[in-house]
Structure formats: C-alpha cells, structure tokens
Ligand binder design. Structure first.
Ligand code: HEM
Ligand SMILES: *[C@@H]1O[C@H](CO)[C@@H](O)[C@H](O)[C@H]1NC(C)=O
Ligand SMILES: *[C@@H]1O[C@H](CO)[C@@H](O)[C@H](O)[C@H]1NC(C)=O
Ligand SMILES: *[C@@H]1O[C@H](CO)[C@@H](O)[C@H](O)[C@H]1NC(C)=O
Ligand SMILES: CC(=O)N[C@H]1CO[C@H](CO)[C@@H](O)[C@@H]1O
Length: 332
C-alpha cells in the first residue's frame, strides 16, 4: 500500500514538474517575457536599454555595429547569438571574412554583465542582441519596433556557415533568394537594405566598382561617375583599412537618404545598386525615398520579422540551447 502510494506521488510530482517545465519549454516568443512576475526583480529590458543608451551616447557609430551584428546573427543559424561565440580554434562565425569589422561586442558583454547581477542565468544573449539592436537605432533617432523575447542561446558557431550572408557583390536574384531562404520577402529585402542609411563600409567591399576587377580602371556603369571619382579619392587601389560612409553625410542618422542615394546611383555596394534592377524593388525604393514614415514603419516590421528567424525556445526537436552565462562562450 505504502509502495503504491509513493508510486502515485512520484507519478503526480513527475507530471507536475513536466507541466511546469512545459510552460517554459513550449513558450513561444512574447513581448515582455522577462517582465512577468517572479522572473527577474527588475525589468532586464530597462537595464539593457540603459547600457545601450550610454554606449551609443559615448560612440554614436556603435548603433550601426549593433544593428549589423543582429542581422549577421539572424542569417546564420538563426537569432541565437552564435555570432557572439568565440572559438579556441578561431573558426567561429566572428572569425569569418564577412565578420570583418563587426562591432559592439563589448556593449553586449556589458549588458549581459549588468543583467546577470540582477537575475543570473535568466536573460539570453540572443535576446540581449535583438533588444540592443533596436535600442541603439532608437537611441540615434530611428524607428522603434517590438522585440518579443524568450529566445535561448545556441551552442554552436561555424565560420563556414557565414555563406548564408549575402556578399556586397550579390545581384538581385541572389539577394532575393538568400532572403527568401530566411522567410523574408522582397519588401523585407528593400526595407532592411536601408539599414545602410547608417554606418560605414571598407573600400574592399566596393573597390571592384571603382577600379574594375579586371584592372581596366573602369567605373561600374551602375555607379554615378562623379561619385565613383570621389570614392577613388578615399580609396586607393587595394586599400584594406579605409572605410567610407555608406550614406554620404548622414551615416550617423537613421533617415531615408539611403533610398535617395540608391536612386542617384550612389548606393555604395553592387547589392545596393541591385535594388534598381528589379521593377518591384525599384518602385519600393521610390516609395521609401518619398515616404520616410512608411519606410520607417516597414523597417520596424521587417526587423521584428528578421528577429524571429530560427529562434530557439527549447522546444522538443529544436537544436540544443541554453541561457549562456557569458555571451562569448557556451556554458561549461
Ligand atoms: C542585403 C544584403 C546586404 C549586404 C550585401 C550587406 C553588406 C554589407 C557590407 C559589405 C558592409 C560593410 C562592412 C565593412 O566593410 O566593414 C555592410 C555594413 C553594414 N550593414 Fe549590411 N548588408 C546587407 C544587409 C544588411 C541588413 C539586412 C542590415 C541590418 C538590418 C545591415 C546592416 C548594416 C550596417 C548597419 C552596416 C554598417 C556597420 C558599421 O558601420 O559598423 N546590412 N553591409
Ligand atoms: C534610452 O534612450 C531613449 C531614446 O532617447 C529613451 O526614450 C529611453 O527612455 C532611454 N532609456 C533609458 C533606460 O534610459
Ligand atoms: C546573378 O548572379 C548569379 C551568380 O553569379 C548568376 O548565375 C545570375 O545569372 C545573375 N543574375 C542576373 C540577373 O544577373
Ligand atoms: C557631403 O558634404 C560635403 C562637404 O560638405 C559636400 O561637398 C558633399 O557634396 C556632400 N555630399 C552629399 C552626398 O551630400
Ligand atoms: C572581429 C573579428 O573576430 N575579426 C576576425 C574576422 O575574421 C578574420 C579572418 O577571416 C580574422 O582575422 C579577424 O580577426
């Protein structure tokens, strides 16, 4: 009898545990995931925002760094912070060529350290990066967008997988197919490309447009010749260190100048110019140029969508995941 009772107890407690785990295991992303009662004694989103505001106030260029880092995270393995991992063999995503110049790792580390002090082992690095990208854009006067939270962190990162990132040499067909593989459509492609309204690019990412890969000294006909000559002034042939503003004179402001630049054949990369080669995309570029408010709301909508690519929430069948203690390392 006693034995039977304890079996029943075991069964009941097993199922209670299973049921309470199930709430965590099956919870999809939701707004304010960490702001529910009993999760954290202070809303971690506010702590993250404070750190991001402080960092961007000290160095406005970090907004571009954090926005781009979120994009690179999302496109490779999903929005699960694989971009933050360090590898002892230097073969993680951040060691790959397109990582070039990823910036803002220290902001994520500072935000993680600050939230760990308040509620350790609760807030994922993937959520911190998604929130920081949004908050940094808001901090420079750009649009706000909702960032549902509840992501968990992945446990793998491979330099070889950065081939999922579109190269600056991509044509429209390639860009669209790479975005479609991530469940993003043409509207998202055009809206998100306008992230290049902030930040800088290395000469090497567009030098073939101003010097010609074949060494003929020819200028890419899809690039405005006067602008190309100006770029030559910044970038001597084979320069690997100089960077130039992607949106001239306004690379620290989140505006819709990017679209004006693209229409004037002053998009910096071939991938920017490629948006004019598709009729539908071209008309979206025109809309973006003439209706900044529509652009900003679409940008936010597409960012929320990008932030959902390949998220890990601990559901059965998903790759292993965790809440990392340090964003650069999987838990020991
Ligand atoms: C459409 C395909 C895209 C291509 C081919 C592309 C390519 C590039 C390249 C080559 C750079 C310059 C990197 C360097 O030379 O240091 C760059 C910078 C940047 N990209 Fe993109 N990108 C794309 C889409 C995006 C998206 C979707 C976002 C974000 C939503 C984004 C955000 C940025 C930002 C903010 C920078 C400036 C980074 C800084 O100043 O540190 N890009 N991109
Ligand atoms: C961060 O800056 C934004 C934009 O200036 C502001 O709305 C927000 O209240 C700030 N957040 C914190 C926590 O200081
Ligand atoms: C785009 O580039 C790919 C790969 O180089 C090529 O096969 C394709 O023909 C190009 N498409 C267009 C429209 O130029
Ligand atoms: C940027 O500013 C410089 C110097 O004020 C000016 O010569 C140049 O025409 C401006 N470029 C654009 C695209 O507005
Ligand atoms: C910031 C960073 O990790 N940069 C690395 C990018 O990848 C190259 C190799 O492709 C490394 O040399 C950089 O250190």
């Amino acid at each position: 009898m006693a034995a039977a009772k304890s079996v029943v107890l075991v069964v009941i407690s097993c199922c209670l545990i299973a049921a309470s785990n199930a709430q965590n295991i099956f919870s999809p992303l939701m707004l304010g995931y960490y702001n529910r009662p009993g999760i954290c004694k202070q809303n971690p989103e506010v702590i993250i925002q404070q750190i991001v505001n402080g960092s961007v106030a000290a160095d406005r260029t970090l907004a571009a760094g954090l926005l781009r880092m979120h994009f690179h995270d999302a496109f490779v393995r999903g929005t699960e912070a694989s971009v933050l991992l360090k590898s002892p063999n230097n073969d993680a995503e951040r060691n790959a060529i397109p990582n070039l110049s990823l910036r803002g790792f220290e902001v994520i580390d500072a935000a993680k350290a600050a939230v760990e002090k308040v509620c350790p082992n609760v807030v994922s690095c993937a959520d911190i990066l998604a929130l920081a990208a949004r908050d940094s854009v808001v901090a420079i006067g750009g649009p706000w967008w909702p960032v549902p939270t509840g992501r968990r962190d992945g446990v793998q990162s491979h330099a070889s997988e950065t081939t999922d990132l579109p190269p600056p040499s991509a044509n429209f067909t390639q860009l669209l197919s790479m975005f479609q593989k991530k469940n993003l459509d043409k509207v998202d492609l055009v809206a998100l490309s306008a992230a290049h309204t902030i930040g800088r690019g290395h000469c090497g990412a567009f030098s073939s447009r101003i010097y010609d890969a074949a060494g003929n000294n020819a200028i890419d006909p899809t690039l405005d010749a006067a602008y190309a000559n100006k770029l030559r002034g910044f970038c001597p042939p084979r320069d690997t260190v100089t960077t130039v503003e992607m949106d001239p004179n306004s690379s620290l402001n989140f505006d819709s100048h990017y679209f004006q630049a693209v229409l004037a054949k002053q998009g910096l990369f071939k991938s920017d110019a490629a948006l004019l080669t598709d009729a539908g995309a071209r008309s979206l570029v025109q809309t973006g140029a003439s209706a900044p408010i529509i652009f900003k709301s679409q940008f936010g909508f597409s960012m929320t969508k990008m932030g959902k690519i390949g998220v890990l929430t601990g559901r059965p069948g998903e790759p292993p995941s965790q809440i990392r203690k340090q964003c650069a390392f999987v838990n020991p």
